[in-house]
Design a protein around this ligand. Structure first.
Ligand SMILES: NC(=O)C1=CN([C@@H]2O[C@H](COP(=O)(O)OP(=O)(O)OC[C@H]3O[C@@H](n4cnc5c(N)ncnc54)[C@H](OP(=O)(O)O)[C@@H]3O)[C@@H](O)[C@H]2O)C=CC1
Ligand SMILES: N[C@@H](CCC(=O)N[C@@H](CSC=O)C(=O)NCC(=O)O)C(=O)O
Ligand SMILES: [Zn+2]
Ligand SMILES: [Zn+2]
Length: 377
């Protein structure tokens, strides 16, 4: 019985920005009130993990246990936890859902305010950490820290899912696929409309898949990596454009406006590059085009365009976790996966053992990795 006691296990610790992860023995304290300790079995690696590891995140704190795309089984719960019990299969949530705060009750956003402030500081809600390695306190990451065999999260940051679903697959619903899915299905009007998706990694492919699912009339995938043409087509893109192959001096936004009779109804940035975000906005149709920023830009980066782009009716917006309320909606998305209406397995290009987690990070730079799943055992 481990309930109420610290657990010693392995975790991948990033000791400083830019350093590779190091597998260390860590002590994971028992969950306090309104906390849940989870045995993480599988985790995906998202570009946001790499972004923070590399030092580009303005909220990055070190040493830290990264990871936010996990699947696991609840080991124990702290006092006052309801709705989650030991043995439950769960997906930790980096976007909490308390159902009680101003944000949750607004009906306008999935951005819960309950634990976000301490989460951004790498701490649990009582402003302390549950992780110790080499006698040193280690920071949490995004309220999830799934690169540890055991992690502690706030009870509002846990989605309970059916045990029928394979955790080695549905861990990916903890971020990338769900983000792309929500960005589309929660935005009314995409059925019958034209869409352009900039960046065909996991997020972009999920936007493409979901646009196809809801019945977009044309889905143009834009990516500088020619290998992504096959991927984009497989997920439902009708066209593929590599901006590097345009005639010299032709901007991607001008080309898109030209071939779509004035621009797209909807565009999505899934690259995290501010000049691409600008192109995505400017590729929108005058009067009604809506551009959604999903990509995360490096610290210090800012977006810009001529205000006239907005004056003339284009809308610039963004989304976190696709606008999805995790505790309420993830269980249903897992069921959709089991029914076959949402692809998940198809995104997995790499499977790595825990000791090889750095190889999973390296794969992300290879251009042929959509998602690497880490077996945490
Ligand atoms: N808002 C949110 O809630 C979330 C945001 N994110 C963010 O979304 C972004 C995408 O993540 P992910 O799909 O994992 O990333 P990937 O790196 O896998 O995908 C990005 C794709 O864009 C391509 N690309 C690079 N430069 C350009 C360019 N100038 N024009 C067009 N395409 C280009 C890349 O090519 P190449 O293969 O050559 O690199 C790659 O295929 C990241 O910034 C991530 O941090 C992720 C999850 C949730
Ligand atoms: N910490 C960064 C911003 C990082 C960021 O934008 N994260 C996304 C999720 S990315 C997932 O892979 C997000 O949901 N943001 C909303 C939030 O509340 O964190 C910075 O400070 O720029
Ligand atoms: Zn992510
Ligand atoms: Zn809330």
């Amino acid at each position: 019985m481990t309930t109420g006691k610290p657990i010693t296990c392995k975790a991948a610790v990033c000791w400083a920005a830019g350093e590779p992860l190091k597998i260390e023995e860590v002590e994971v304290a028992p969950p306090k009130a309104h906390e849940v300790r989870i045995h993480i079995l599988y985790t995906g690696i998202c570009h946001t993990d790499e972004y923070t590891r590399s030092g580009k995140d303005s909220e990055g704190v070190f040493p830290v246990i990264l990871g936010h795309e996990g699947g696991g089984v609840v080991e124990s719960v702290g006092e006052g936890v309801v709705g989650v019990k030991p043995g439950d299969h769960v997906i930790p949530l980096y976007t909490a859902e308390c159902k009680e705060c101003k944000f949750c009750k607004s009906g306008k956003t999935n951005l819960c305010g309950k634990v976000r402030a301490t989460q951004g500081q790498g701490l649990m809600p009582d402003k302390s950490s549950r992780f110790t390695a080499k006698g040193q306190s280690i920071y949490h990451f995004m309220g999830t820290s799934t690169f540890s065999q055991y992690t502690v999260v706030a009870d509002v940051s846990v989605a309970v899912v059916t045990p029928k679903a394979p955790l080695e697959k549905i861990c990916l619903l903890g971020c990338g696929i769900t983000t792309g899915w929500g960005a589309v299905v929660k935005q009314p009007g995409i059925k019958g409309s034209t869409v352009a998706v900039f960046g065909c990694g996991c997020i972009g492919l999920s936007v493409i898949q979901s646009s196809s699912l809801v019945g977009a009339s044309r889905i143009i995938a834009v990516d500088t990596n020619p290998n992504k043409k096959e991927w984009a087509t497989k997920f439902g893109a009708t066209d593929f454009i590599n901006p590097k192959e345009l005639p010299e001096g032709t901007r991607i936004q001008d080309h898109l406006v030209e071939i779509t009779d004035g621009g797209l109804d909807y565009t999505f940035d899934c690259t995290g590059q501010v000049q691409v975000m600008r192109a995505a906005l400017e590729a929108c149709h005058k009067g009604w085009g809506i551009s959604t920023i999903i990509g995360v830009a490096a610290a210090g980066q800012e977006i810009s365009t001529r205000p006239f782009q907005l004056v003339t009716g284009r809308v610039w917006r963004g989304t976190a976790f696709g606008g999805v309320k995790g505790r309420t909606e993830l269980p249903g998305l897992v069921e959709d996966y089991l029914k076959g209406s949402v692809k998940v397995d198809e995104y997995i290009t790499h499977q790595v053992k825990f000791e090889e987690i750095n190889a999973g990070f390296e794969a992300m730079h290879s251009g042929d990795c959509i998602r690497a799943v880490v077996d945490m055992s």
